[in-house]
Write a protein that binds this ligand. Sequence first.
Ligand code: GAP
Length: 501
Amino acid sequence: MAEKTDKMDSIINLCKRRGFVFPSSDIYGGFNGFFDYGPLGVELKNNIKQAWWQDFVHRRDDIVGLDSSIIHHPTTWKASGHVDNFTDPLVDCKESKMRYRADQLFFAPVRVAGETIGYVSLLEAEGMQAKAEELAADLKRKLAKQGAMEPVVLRDYTEAKPEEHALIPSPATGKPGSLTPPRSFNMMFQTYVGAMQDASATAYLRPETAQGIFINFKNVVDTGRVKLPFGIAQVGKAFRNEINPRNFIFRSREFEQMEIEYFVAPSADWAAAHRDWIECCLAWFESIGIPRDKLSLYPHPAEKLAHYSKGTTDIMFEFPFGVQELQGVAARGDFDLTQHSQVSGQKLDWFDEAAKARFIPHVIEPSVGVDRVFLALLTTAYHEDVVEGEARTVLRLPPRVAPYKAAVFPLVKNKPELVARAEALYRRLRRRFNVFYDASGAIGRRYRRQDEIGTPYGVTVDFDTIEKDAGVTVRDRDNLSQVRMSEDELVRFLDEKVNGA
Ligand code: GAP
């Protein structure tokens, strides 16, 4: 566990030190749940979004793109069910003013020889069963109770009986009596549109990009390029007033989603389409460098499905802080189009020429957070090893997503001809790839600086380049091999590594 915490700490530290991710509003002490992506972070993030768009929109015939506004007509969120249902159960600690998500706050009665002697409580985390047992043993010791302790059975606070609320200690103070019963807390951020600040001007920042797709269904169908089954893809910001943002960028209040609504005929086998999409998403994760053995599936139990879902499977990833959701793949049936059709009075349906029939399509929705893919890639890529007797930190990011594809180094910086050659190569490469130029310091140190930010190739221009073969040495970040090639070969080599054969 300590090693895992250390790994997250090292990654967060690297992110700040090398300009991947900063706490938002850093100069004002940060702003909980918000993050800023620095010069390298924005490159990695853009590369993830670009890879997704290429693979799911450009390289498929059946998916088109969309970029809707972030603030929709407020009726959208009434029709979608978000105004009434997009809630988390909130618990307040009246003494400390801390707020908890009831489903992340766990408790258990401590029973000794048939008698309840008190309660323990703690926040959801890996190893919490062992921690709860420790707390229970402490309580027994403190109260000097004799007899066998019964097993500690943890439940989440939503399952507490009303008479138990006052008995469960607050995780903030360790004392009972200050926790409220859970209440529904709507996670949408509200704002006002226009000069009036009354209820009629209330609008919401979108908590998902999906509804922008549904309310544009008719526009996309009417503009004619699509044939059922087809998908509409969107990448963009989403906002949720999370009660407990945590685990760095894993759960934040402002994040980005990459979502597809894939429409199929109601007669289609939705379970098969759902399964196909899960496989497709697993394959995509693997293709960008997230290994299959760190991914697993979590099918939601029927009684825990979201209000719109006929079936949802989460693709889980083994983060350093535990196995957590990376992507949700939901079968939403015809819920959304039916709702928007009824509330707007517009027909949101499909006319099937062959059958001469109209129907509302059903939809499969693969939805993934860019920030979570970013974190999954970083935690997979992060390694500490020893090279030539020196410790190094290395990000083994695949070339397609790495911020810089290569770094160009003149071997020395006091030979004008050699430096000019290296600069010319750098200018040539940067027309096609994001590359870095570094002339300062020993070559080993320059490699190390690039290893740490995930640059896959180091290209050295040396005396042989100008005196003999016009070639350059290309050093591989991962296997440390050094290969001599011409500048033309280098361009082809990078093109293949970054964009595929
Ligand atoms: N349209 C369906 C939808 O939004 P969701 O499971 O609530 O479903 C989809 O969100 C994905 O968005 C999640 O799998 C996760 O990758 C990402 N996501 C959700 N909440 C997030 C948050 N607070 N911070 C970062 N990413 C989040």
